[in-house]
Design a protein around this ligand. Structure first.
Ligand code: FES
Length: 138
């Protein structure tokens, strides 16, 4: 599997270095899932594998409304993928920034804090744990 591929079964939007085109193409689809700020994932649920999350980038899990990032090699973070501006899903992760192309908000891929755009507040942090090569909801 290459970065930039979308697996329909888990609706992961891969985003990272070199995947900008795919992320942009999917922005309209992801945006239609917004509206709720709830992230519903049971503890222990496998969210992704570590190999699926590019260093410096991340993946957007549209169904779970989560974004998982790997700001530096071996460090994984997760946040709500629901933009705090108007509740649409964020659209890409690149160069350490989670972006919402809907209106131009940007968030830190490390902390979820707002880095730019109209978003009024940070993305909510979501607890995860890494078990071997699996990333699980905590
Ligand atoms: S909904 Fe994300 S910037 Fe407006």
């Amino acid at each position: 599997m290459s970065i930039g591929e979308v697996r329909a079964s888990r609706r992961i939007v891969f985003s990272g270095l070199g995947a900008l085109g795919v992320a942009a193409a999917l922005a309209g689809c992801a945006g239609s899932n917004g509206g709720s700020t709830k992230t519903k994932v049971s503890a222990g649920t496998e969210l992704a594998t570590t190999a699926e999350v590019p260093v410096g980038g991340g993946i957007i899990l549209a169904d779970q409304k989560l974004v998982i990032t790997q700001p530096t090699a071996g460090t994984y973070d997760a946040f709500s993928a629901v933009c705090t501006h108007q509740g649409l899903l964020v659209t890409s992760v690149e160069d350490g920034t989670i972006r919402c192309a809907n209106h131009g908000s940007a968030y830190s891929a490390t902390t979820g804090e707002v880095e730019g755009g109209p978003a009024p507040s940070a993305l909510a942090k979501v607890e995860i744990k890494v078990d071997g090569d699996k990333i699980l909801a905590a």
